[in-house]
Design a protein around this ligand. Structure first.
Ligand code: PBG
Length: 342
């Protein structure tokens, strides 16, 4: 953007007293009506996506202690949460399945069992909301493996990329058959988008979309999620998730996911990676999403419980920062609540 600056004067300084007392940006901040009118970015409920957890073998919802206000749902309460999201005008729901501990194994079999918790929940939710809400599912093995990694391990205990791709392909078809509209491959295996796309097409699921977790960084902010999905992970995910020190890597992931046929792309986490989000918004020719993850949620809730920040204002500020950076879609645990406040 070019700014009109009178010749020989340099940029307009702080006013008044900066040489241009008639140039007053504060005029546009004078009243709520004025601020509302000139606001460049607004949130709409339809661009919010609610991530939810559904757990096998429980009769009552189980609170996630590190995410005050978030629960592991039973199949019944999940249906209610989905119906509530529809009423609030939320755009989509992203479902994570939490199997019973005894159903976890080395290859994450529960993730491809047509009667596994995620598949049952997808059927329940589609039965409840039909096409009124975009129903999405996490496509990853970490919730279902007894070692907690996002893929299958080789003899040395390393995550085997190509063997894992085969498991993702199976998962994709099973989730599509259970009624998922959109699959979210989140395991950061190379080639996962192209591989899953081919498997879906071969099985006749050309209409099922892929929302690629394109830039997914190794992050301390996933902490509360690991409680939410009762993760069995002992080590870390540094050999497959991105290093926070890098941004070219994210550009490369974006090129690959677009070439492989991603219908939507995502940056995750949100707040610490707004620069990456902006890059994607400028480059991608598909909708760009951002995932405001568990630790970002916990951080705001914890500070506001202590009376250190104003909760609602802080939440709105973070959501608005994603819009300003160029996000079209926002995954947030506050989706239903805030859809009602916009
Ligand atoms: C992997 C997955 C994770 C999250 C979403 N999908 C966890 C991880 O990579 O460790 C994190 C979401 C959050 O923290 O809110 N299935």
């Amino acid at each position: 953007m070019t700014e009109h600056v009178p010749a020989g004067s340099g940029p307009a300084g702080p006013v008044p007293g900066g040489g241009f007392p008639s140039v007053r940006p504060r005029r546009l901040r004078t009243t709520p009506a004025m601020r509302r009118m000139v606001a460049e970015h607004r949130l709409h409920p339809a661009e919010l996506i609610l991530p939810v957890f559904v757990r096998a073998g429980i009769d009552e919802p189980v609170p996630v202690s590190s995410m005050p206000g978030v629960v592991q749902h039973t199949r019944e309460t999940l249906k209610k949460a989905a119906a509530e999201a529809v009423r609030a005008g939320v755009g989509g729901i992203m479902i994570f399945g939490v199997p019973e501990e005894r159903d976890k194994d080395a290859v994450g079999s529960a993730g491809t069992d047509p009667d596994g918790i995620l598949q049952l929940a997808l059927r329940d939710v589609r039965g409840e909301v039909g096409d009124d809400l975009v129903v999405m599912s996490d496509l990853c093995l970490d919730e279902f493996t007894d070692h907690g990694h996002c893929g299958v391990l080789d003899a040395q205990g390393r995550v085997d990329n190509d063997v894992t791709l085969e498991r993702y392909a199976e998962m994709a078809v099973v989730q599509a058959e259970a009624g998922s509209h959109v699959l979210g491959p989140s395991g950061m295996m190379d080639g996962q988008i192209g591989h899953v796309r081919r498997a879906l097409d071969e099985a006749g699921h050309q209409d099922v979309s892929l929302f690629a977790y394109t830039a997914k960084y190794t992050s301390a902010f996933y902490g509360p999620f690991r409680e939410a999905v009762a993760s069995s992970l002992k080590g870390d995910r540094k050999t497959y998730q991105q290093d926070p020190a890098n941004s070219r890597d994210a550009q490369r992931e974006l090129s690959l996911d677009l070439a492989e046929g991603a219908d939507m792309v995502m940056v995750k986490p949100g707040l610490p990676y707004l620069d990456i989000l902006r890059d994607f918004a400028e480059r991608a020719d598909v909708p760009v999403g951002v995932y405001q993850i568990s630790g970002e949620y916990a951080m705001v809730e914890a500070a506001s419980q202590n009376g250190w920040i104003d909760r609602d204002q802080a939440i709105m500020e973070t959501l608005t920062s994603f819009k300003r950076a160029g996000a079209n879609l926002i995954l947030t645990y506050w989706a239903t609540e805030f859809a009602g406040k916009l």
